[in-house]
Design a protein around this ligand. Structure first.
Ligand SMILES: Cc1cn([C@H]2C[C@H](O)[C@@H](COP(=O)(O)OP(=O)(O)OP(=O)(O)O)O2)c(=O)[nH]c1=O
Length: 191
């Protein structure tokens, strides 16, 4: 059987994949995450997911390589990871009391054949109204700093969420049901 390789340093993605009972290894390679800012969100996350997977696939002789990329989109503004505390506060101020979309791009590449499937998934998330004090207390926990949109739905930010429409796991960074469909196309069945 072909080994499964997760091209991600994200502990969330590693945990979600491990939950499926799949054996896999983690390999990360440096990828330039800069892209044209005016690129549509769907295209942006797909390109970055593919870039992450193909950088690792290029170093392997065999295996199915999985790459992913997540961004938060408010209106038409993409929000990545906050660069500092101030940016985290600004992002959360802009997200509170309204809905936004979380886009995750997903790429699976067969390192032997070069065959690939690249797609994305969108989930709508609605935040409760928050006070500046609440936002500052949350940012002080440190949780927002390595997360797109400066929050972790799976962490303390759970208490900010009014509702979600679509795949929850997509928000955490890996749309597992979609991934299972793709792996099946490559002959890997989870259940
Ligand atoms: C919105 C949201 C994002 N995130 C995380 C998922 C991703 O890890 C991160 C977005 O950054 P990414 O650039 O997608 O991923 P990463 O740099 O963490 O890992 P890698 O590139 O090696 O795969 O934000 C959460 O954990 N919870 C959330 O609710």
């Amino acid at each position: 059987m072909r080994p499964i390789i997760l091209a991600s340093a994200s502990p969330r993605r590693q945990e979600l994949l491990a939950n499926l009972g799949l054996e896999f290894e983690v390999r990360v390679s440096e990828v330039d995450e800069t892209l044209a800012e005016n690129m549509p969100a769907a295209q942006l996350v797909e390109k970055l997911a593919e870039r992450k997977a193909s950088a690792v696939a290029a170093q392997c002789t065999r295996g199915l390589v999985i790459g992913a990329d997540t961004i938060v989109v408010l209106g038409d503004k993409p929000l990545g990871k906050p660069a500092n505390r101030e940016e985290a506060v600004q992002m959360l101020k802009s997200l509170q009391g309204r809905s936004h979309e979380v886009y995750t791009g997903l790429a699976v590449i067969d390192a032997t054949t070069g065959q690939s499937v690249v797609t994305h998934q969108v989930t709508a998330v609605r935040f409760k109204p928050l006070t500046l004090e609440q936002i500052e207390r949350y940012v002080d926990t440190g949780e927002p700093m390595d997360k797109a949109g400066a929050y972790a739905v799976q962490g303390k930010a759970a208490v900010f969420i009014e509702g979600i429409r679509g795949c929850y796991f997509n928000v955490v960074g890996l749309p597992v049901a979609k991934l299972a469909d793709i792996l099946k196309m490559f002959g890997v069945e989870i259940v």
